[in-house]
Design a protein around this ligand. Structure first.
Ligand SMILES: Cc1ncc(COP(=O)(O)O)c(C=O)c1O
Length: 414
């Protein structure tokens, strides 16, 4: 394990900033698409991040699962600095060293054979949707275009991915949507069987739904999905943008189920904090793409791929996947302990370091605000659910500290 700091060092006074001025600048010049909390972060180190007033926070959201290695991991920082001084970008008209090297590592440790590099989770999913349709057209003719997705899914904010997402709150105002998506309830085997028709080309699922509040797909449901794909020649797409890169205690969440998808999408913690997305596919599916079929100016730049290579190598070398499994177990037990002691928790669920709790009272937003006040970063989903996505480097002492803050906060809001 790397040397993780249990207690934050004193804040560097040189990085303090005028919080009110930053907020005013944002309000005036940035498109107001985010309901941001009024906090300005200026520095991060491991599980800690500091705001403009010099206050430390224990980061149990990790940039919404992006900072898998914590903030500013030295190996990622070194790789970025070295690559930034060597070659940042050339375009995909040419080969560079970091992109195929990262693709080789990803294919060595996954069930897939080829990679397309994008810049985000939504773009990785766009690629997966295009690839599945192209493959189905080549295999079955022009009529197989429909993708079966799940209710309460989240696949991104482009037009095709908000359609795949299927939640009206993300779609309203942006119609017409992209045709060819149907949605079924999560873990409903009867609905899945019924949804597969002569028009179906792929099934697209998050193995654990993250954004909607940590909902796990069952083994039975995924076994059925696999067998339907085999029977009808469909592609099984796993959106592992949030679950991938060790977060659930396996490098990829599909490993928990003993099921192999044809296509896997990644982003978030793939780059150790640097934007990068990837669509991985098995050989037969991947080769449906021919030169000119898909492209991205920035996809897989030397800089992003060098950062991602350093991040993945570190995850593997330091066995951070094992740490995510162990600490996740410890964290879930500690949360169940809080519940047993009478905290207003209705349910604890998750895998590895992807954990959600449902509160017995509709006070998730109040709990979030009070945790932030006490220096703990987490995420509230709706009125009742809190989501935790701490970095894979987290240790027991950090979890004890987080659970102690949460316990005090839940007493206060109950
Ligand atoms: C499962 C899943 N897919 C896709 C996305 C979209 O990723 P991005 O915001 O990088 O486009 C997210 C983001 O939260 C996600 O959780």
């Amino acid at each position: 394990m790397p040397d993780v700091k249990m207690f934050p060092p004193p804040p560097p006074s040189s990085i303090r900033a005028d919080r009110e001025a930053v907020i005013a600048q944002d309000r005036q010049h940035v498109m107001q698409t985010y309901g941001r909390l009024p906090v300005v972060f200026v520095r991060g180190d491991g599980v800690w991040v500091w705001d403009s007033e010099g206050k430390p926070y224990l980061d149990f959201l990790a940039g919404i699962a992006v900072n898998g290695l914590g903030h500013c991991h030295p190996k990622v920082v070194a790789a970025i600095c070295e690559q930034a001084g060597t070659l940042i970008h050339t375009s995909n008209l040419y080969l560079t060293l970091p992109q195929p090297r990262l693709a080789e590592l990803l294919t060595r440790y996954s069930v897939c054979d080829r990679v397309f590099f994008a810049n985000s989770g939504a773009e990785a999913n766009e690629c997966a949707i295009k690839l599945a349709r192209k493959w189905a057209k080549l295999r079955h003719g022009p009529k197989r275009t429909e993708i079966i997705a799940l209710e309460h899914a989240f696949h991104g904010r482009t037009l095709a991915t908000i359609t795949a997402t299927g939640q009206p709150k993300y779609q309203k105002g942006f119609e017409p949507l992209v045709p060819g998506f149907v949605h079924i309830p999560i873990n409903d085997t009867a609905a899945l069987k019924e949804a597969v028709t002569a028009k179906t080309c792929a099934l697209m699922f998050e193995p654990i739904q993250g954004e909607s509040g940590i909902h796990l797909l069952t083994g039975d449901f995924l076994a059925l999905a696999r067998s339907l794909c085999d029977k009808h020649g469909l592609a099984l797409i796993f959106d592992e943008v949030q679950t991938g890169m060790g977060r659930t205690g396996k490098l990829f969440a599909y490993e928990h189920y003993g099921i192999e998808p044809e296509i896997v999408t990644l982003a978030k913690s793939l780059g150790g904090g640097v934007p990068i997305g990837a669509c991985l596919a098995k050989e037969e599916v991947a080769t449906a793409f021919q030169p000119g079929d898909h492209a991205s100016t920035f996809g897989g730049t030397p800089l992003a791929c060098a950062a991602a290579y350093a991040a993945l190598s570190t995850i593997l070398e330091d066995n951070l996947v094992g740490n995510a499994a162990r600490q996740g177990e410890y964290f879930q037990q500690a949360l169940c302990g809080l519940k047993a002691e009478g905290a207003p928790i209705a349910e604890v669920r998750g895998k590895g370091l992807m954990i959600g709790i449902d509160l017995a009272v509709p006070k998730a937003r109040e709990a979030l605000a009070a945790c932030m006040e006490k220096g703990l970063i987490l995420n509230a989903i709706g009125d009742r659910t809190l989501r935790f996505l701490p970095p894979l480097i987290v240790q027991q002492e950090h979890i004890d500290q987080a659970v102690s803050i949460l316990g005090a906060v839940l007493d206060q809001v109950a």
